[in-house]
Design a protein around this ligand. Structure first.
Ligand SMILES: NC(=O)c1ccc[n+]([C@@H]2O[C@H](COP(=O)([O-])OP(=O)(O)OC[C@H]3O[C@@H](n4cnc5c(N)ncnc54)[C@H](OP(=O)(O)O)[C@@H]3O)[C@@H](O)[C@H]2O)c1
Length: 323
């Protein structure tokens, strides 16, 4: 299988590590960053990739145009560029070209999907290719499986999720007496925090994931309004410790009901499933009319888990299309 990775940062390197541990690794035709690339039409040599992962060096080949790249025999495109709403339109346009060539795309960058999921989905459907969405919907938490297959034939009445592992991790550390800044620094060291960590702490990553999940389930673009998004930045250590002494925990929860996405801290008691979501684990509850309530818990954040979830998308798309 011939692969292009657009955006070769820590997630891409974790994915390359993951693949190099497999008996049969996919063939990497191109690794691409914002200004330079690394390309070999025969597939990048395994020994060379091992060396690169041990000591990543900046790429030196000048960037080829999208038109030139898309002449290569590419089987799957991995879009692992930063989630940055300012570049969403450009990346959306590039991915449209990829899909138009009949190449499936696996995403970790949420921005182009938030910008306009439906036009990408319609193009993918028209070209009979699939979108890999694990990396934008909570990585190893199989929220796509629950939201798509799990709700078929029923109406989704509401959803609630702990979809940002970093904020759950920070809140748990604060229960242990660690301040927010220190907890965030640990999350950054573990590679689970967004580069723009405000996305985690201020609730935007949670809002984006819930909006995307709603878009996928309802098959229409769903966004959110900033006024409905509240993060954990203003929560004090004292408040969290005081709740702990009362047997309660605070979680950053995104919700979807009547076409509105909200994010806010919520307090849970031990009898609630969300109380038990630990560390960087996540959770998703979907309430339907015909299939009752369903809850998923787990899918901890981490570069290895993200890599494995992107590989899961590859396997799923391969199974669907027999690539
Ligand atoms: N970390 C996690 O646990 C996690 C989990 C799920 C999803 N994600 C998502 O995964 C994506 C990648 O995250 P990361 O942690 O790997 O980020 P990262 O380390 O910052 O890597 C991003 C890479 O993309 C390159 N890039 C930037 N703009 C580009 C462009 N226009 N075209 C091509 N390449 C470009 C950067 O290269 P330059 O040096 O040239 O700028 C950099 O190598 C993000 O969208 C993030 O939200 C991360």
């Amino acid at each position: 299988m011939n692969i292009v990775i657009n955006g070769c940062g820590q997630v891409a390197r974790a994915l390359l590590h993951h693949w190099m541990g497999l008996k049969e690794a996919p063939k990497i035709l191109l690794l691409r960053n914002s200004t330079h690339q690394l390309s070999d039409d025969r597939g990048l040599n395994e020994k060379f990739l091992t060396k690169y992962l041990e000591n990543p060096q900046p790429f030196t080949q000048p960037l080829q145009s999208m038109e030139k790249i898309l002449q290569k025999p590419i089987d799957m495109w991995f879009e692992l560029t930063p989630t940055d709403l300012k570049t969403a339109k450009k990346i959306h346009s590039d991915i449209s070209k990829v899909l138009d060539r009949g190449i499936p795309v696996v995403f970790a960058n949420k921005a182009p999907l938030l910008y306009d999921y439906i036009s990408l989905k319609e193009l993918a459907d028209a070209r009979n290719v699939h979108l890999g969405l694990s990396g934008v919907l909570g990585a190893s938490l199989p929220s796509y499986a629950l939201g798509h297959y799990g709700t078929m034939g029923a109406q989704v009445l509401s959803m609630e999720g702990i979809l940002n592992g970093t904020s759950n991790f920070i809140l748990e550390k604060m229960e242990e007496g660690v301040c927010l800044e220190e907890a965030l620094a640990i999350a950054q060291e573990l590679g689970i925090a967004e580069n723009n960590w405000a996305y985690d702490v201020d609730g935007f990553d949670s809002a984006i994931k819930m909006s995307l999940l709603a878009s996928v389930i309802l098959n229409k673009n769903m966004g959110f309004e900033n006024k409905n998004i509240q993060g954990i930045r203003d929560l004090s250590l004292e408040k969290i410790q005081s709740l702990k002494s009362q047997g309660k925990k605070i979680k950053l929860v995104s919700s979807f009901e009547k076409d509105i996405v909200r994010v806010a801290p919520r307090i849970y008691e031990m009898k609630d499933l969300f109380y038990h979501v630990q560390g960087s684990d996540k959770a998703l509850r979907i309430n339907t009319d015909k299939l009752s309530d369903m809850t998923l818990i787990g899918g901890k954040s981490g570069l290895n888990e993200v890599a494995a979830s992107l590989h899961r998308d590859l396997l799923w798309i391969k199974e669907l299309t027999g690539v």
